[in-house]
Each structure stands twice: as structure tokens, then as C-alpha cells.
Write a protein that binds this ligand. Structure first.
Ligand code: ARG
Length: 451
């Protein structure tokens, strides 16, 4: 290896150390060492099947790779500045450990198909780990929703009080949005579940390698359809980051509501001391920083998604070095999503809701107006007429006036006006509605989706 690099042969002068430092991806891609080790072991088996490596060398290769992984984890083995990336580090280690056997390992393989395969393995595992955090969050939402199935709160449109609902119902709306993110994570795992190994630099090789061998070893469901696509494709990474970005967006909306609920203006809830923060200057402050950070971190998830898409959009086929930058986006999106989900689960459990305040808010103002219009409809009045008449009634309604009965369009609606928000909620008992029985059914459904 002239100049100590894996591509040094055609160069007379060695690479400038400054260039090596600039082009190196070691700082980011050492995280792929376990995957690179697994893929290298699998490739050795492909070479054996093709008759290019003797089976008796497999054990030594496996041992050397295990030693490398253990040494790296224990801090006794580290890459050197001549290693451009995790792949050159692994190959140099094998060459230094095993001589010609190590030098044989890269036959029919390029770092282009190698890095794609490593990253696919990593993404598959990351999807599964994120899914586990998401399921815990969904269970936490289901638990709180069940506890709050009968707590009456105002439901909002345009952030104006609209109709009374239950808190459990409202939380479940967040829960079902997040439950759909499981489908996206699973989809990301499916698109990642294709081995790129055997694609070589962009066009396969003359060595008669069977890509199925490594794919099976590595637990991939299938192999690539086209070698150029196999090294150029990062759609699976975009799928995973999209799942993270949408999780971030969903968490952000919930975080925003926690901020609102815990404000003095709403006063619907407070946070336990353990999950509240204070101010370094204003002694009285009690702040929902965790909710704000969850909301703020969604910006990073969305920028990771747009970052990767911008990276991909202009590059010609097949591999371009730009692709080295993909991992930063993938790692940061995944690293952010897990802790945000875990923090949200804790935050929800730390919320202390104030039932009297939420009930008063849901009872203050004519949130019964839609129920009245619907009562008129049930009494045979066309909806538009009922809506208009109720609107007029609401316009002149005085909550402080002592009145014995309210009549609209000849129908006595007193019972509907005075029956209270809790009854209004329980009357809306259709599927997916806010009544207690409907909420408990939704809790059951959410738990099922978290299973
Ligand atoms: N470190 C590169 C990456 O992460 C892989 C190396 C491919 N380099 C090349 N010159 N073909 O994408």
C-alpha cells in the first residue's frame, strides 16, 4: 500500500497529511466497526464459496476481527492517521495480522458496496431500537390516557375552546399519531433490509461472487437488483431519518401543549419538581424546559432529513464522496429521536393535571352550542336552521341571567344548556369519540399497537 492508503498503488507521492485529515471519516464512521467486522466475515465466506479463499483461513479471519472489535471496545486498539475510514482500518488490521490472507479480503469488494452494506445493517438495528422506545412511549400515553379517561378539558380548534372532551381522548390523539410512526420505522427497516455487498465499486466483478452468501450470513432479506443502484442508493437512510423527523414533529406538538398546559395562562397542569427547571435569576420560576427542548430538537430532526435529501439530490450515479456525509445525518437523527421519546414518556408521567381547572375551562362559555344545534336536529329541524338559531341564541345568552327555560325554534333546550360538560363528553360515545367508554376502547387499541 503505497503511502499507507488502500488506493496508493498508482501514486508516486504519498498523500498530504492535511488532505488525509480533511477527507477522513473515521471520526464519524468508527461507529460502524461492528457492522464492518460482520460484513467482512460474511464477505470472506463469499470468497470461500467462489473458490478464492481457502475455508481453513476463515477461523483466523474471524479471530483477528473479533480481536480488533474487542481491542477497540477496550481502548487497546485504535486506528492510525493513515486509515481514511473504518473500512481501511479493518483491512489494514487484517493485513497486518494475517499477511496475504488479509490482503485477499477485499477481492470483488469496494468500500462503496461495503459502506452501503454496513450502513444498512446499522439502520436495521437502529429502527428496531427506536421502535422499542416508541412502544414504551405509547404505553406511557395509554396509561395516562386511561387514568384521565374521565377528566374533562376543553377541546380546541384555532386554539379557541371548541367542545368539551376528555383529557384521555386528547392524549390518545397524540398517541395514535405516534403509533403511525411505528409503521414508518418498520418501513425503514424493510428498505434497509437489502444487502449491497457484491456490487463492487459500481458494476459487480469478474470473480463469480454470489451475493446471496453474505446476505444470508448477515440476515438480510434480499440482495441488490442493480449494482450501480446498490452503491448509490441511500433511500433507506432517508426513510429512517423521515421516520425520526416525523416522530420529532409529533413530539414537538405534544411538547408545545405541555408548555401551554403548564403556563399560568392555562394552568391545566404542573410538572413534578423532578421534571421542572428553575431560573438562575428569577427565584419564583418553574419552567418546562424538557418540553421546550423536545419541541426545539425537532428542528434538528427536520434539518437532518433535508440535509440528506439535499446531499443526494444533485449527485450523479454511482458513488460520489459526498455520500460520506450521509452518516452524520443518520446518526444524529437516530441519536436524537430515542432520548426525546424517553424524555416525553417521563414528562407525561410527571404531569399533575388540575381537574377543577380543566373542568371549569370546559364549562366556561357556550361549549354546549354544538350539542344544542344537534339536539334541534334530533327534534327534526334542518341543521343549517338549527345552527343559525343556536348562533343567535348564543349571541344573546347571558350566563348570569336567571332564566327558567331556554327555547329555540319552539324546542326546549334548557336541559342541554345546563347539563354540564361531563355529560356532553359522555354523549359523544361513537367510535373514536371522547366518551369514557370510547376512550377506554381507544386505550385498548393503542396498547395493541404498542404490542
Ligand atoms: N468513507 C467513505 C464513505 O463513508 C467510503 C469510501 C469510499 N471511497 C471511495 N473513494 N470510493 O462513504
Amino acid at each position: 500500500m503505497s503511502g499507507g492508503v488502500v488506493w496508493g498503488g498508482r501514486f508516486v507521492g504519498g498523500p498530504d497529511p492535511a488532505m488525509m485529515e480533511f477527507t477522513s471519516s473515521l471520526g464519524v464512521d468508527m461507529r460502524l466497526l461492528p457492522q464492518d467486522v460482520a460484513v467482512t466475515k460474511a464477505h470472506a465466506r463469499t470468497l470461500v464459496k467462489a473458490g478464492l479463499l481457502e475455508a481453513m483461513h476463515l477461523e483466523a479471519i474471524d479471530d483477528a476481527l473479533d480481536e480488533l472489535l474487542d481491542g477497540w471496545r477496550e481502548g487497546t486498539i485504535a486506528p492510525s492517521p493513515q486509515d481514511e475510514d473504518v473500512h481501511s482500518f479493518v483491512e489494514r488490521w487484517l493485513t497486518e495480522s494475517l499477511g496475504d490472507v488479509g490482503k485477499s479480503i477485499h477481492a470483488g469488494r469496494s468500500r462503496n458496496d461495503l459502506v452501503a452494506t454496513d450502513l444498512r445493517l446499522w439502520c436495521k438495528q437502529a429502527s428496531a431500537e427506536l421502535d422499542a422506545s416508541l412502544c414504551s412511549l405509547l404505553s406511557a400515553i395509554a396509561d395516562v390516557a386511561e387514568e384521565q379517561a374521565g377528566t374533562v378539558v376543553p377541546g380546541y380548534t384555532h386554539l379557541q375552546r371548541a367542545q368539551p372532551v376528555s383529557l384521555g381522548f386528547h392524549l390518545l390523539a397524540h398517541g395514535f399519531a405516534l403509533a403511525r410512526d411505528r409503521i414508518r420505522l418498520q418501513h425503514a427497516a424493510v428498505t434497509a433490509d437489502v444487502s449491497s455487498l457484491g456490487a463492487g465499486a459500481l458494476a459487480g466483478s469478474t470473480l463469480g461472487l454470489d451475493p446471496e452468501v453474505a446476505a444470508k450470513e448477515l440476515g438480510f432479506k434480499g440482495t441488490f437488483d442493480n449494482a450501480t443502484d446498490a452503491v448509490a442508493d441511500r433511500d433507506f437512510a432517508a426513510d429512517l431519518i423521515y421516520a425520526c423527523a416525523l416522530i420529532g414533529t409529533h413530539l414537538s406538538r405534544l411538547g408545545e401543549e405541555v408548555v401551554l398546559w403548564t403556563s399560568s395562562e392555562f394552568g391545566f397542569a404542573s410538572l413534578s419538581d423532578e421534571w421542572s427547571t428553575g431560573s438562575s435569576m428569577m427565584p419564583q420560576k418553574r419552567n418546562p424546559d424538557v418540553a421546550e427542548l423536545i419541541r426545539g430538537r425537532a428542528a434538528g430532526s427536520i434539518s437532518d432529513l433535508t440535509g440528506l435529501l439535499i446531499l443526494l439530490k444533485g449527485i450523479p450515479l454511482a458513488y460520489n464522496r459526498d455520500l460520506q456525509e450521509d452518516k452524520g445525518y443518520v446518526f444524529s437523527a437516530v441519536d436524537r429521536a430515542g432520548p426525546c421519546m424517553d424524555a416525553m414518556a417521563s414528562l407525561l408521567k410527571a404531569l399533575r393535571f388540575k381537574d377543577e381547572v380543566t373542568l371549569a375551562a370546559a364549562s366556561d362559555g357556550p361549549l354546549w352550542a354544538t350539542d344544542v344545534a344537534e339536539y334541534l336536529v334530533r327534534s327534526g329541524i334542518p341543521f343549517r336552521t338549527a345552527h343559525e338559531a343556536t348562533g343567535k341564541f348564543v349571541g344573546s345568552y347571558d350566563p348570569d341571567a336567571v332564566s327558567l327555560e331556554y327555547v329555540i325554534e319552539g324546542v326546549d333546550v334548557t336541559a342541554i344548556v345546563e347539563r354540564g360538560a361531563a355529560t356532553s363528553v359522555d354523549e359523544r360515545s361513537g367510535p373514536g369519540g371522547p366518551s369514557k367508554s370510547a376512550v377506554l376502547e381507544q386505550v385498548r387499541m393503542l396498547r395493541e399497537r404498542a404490542g
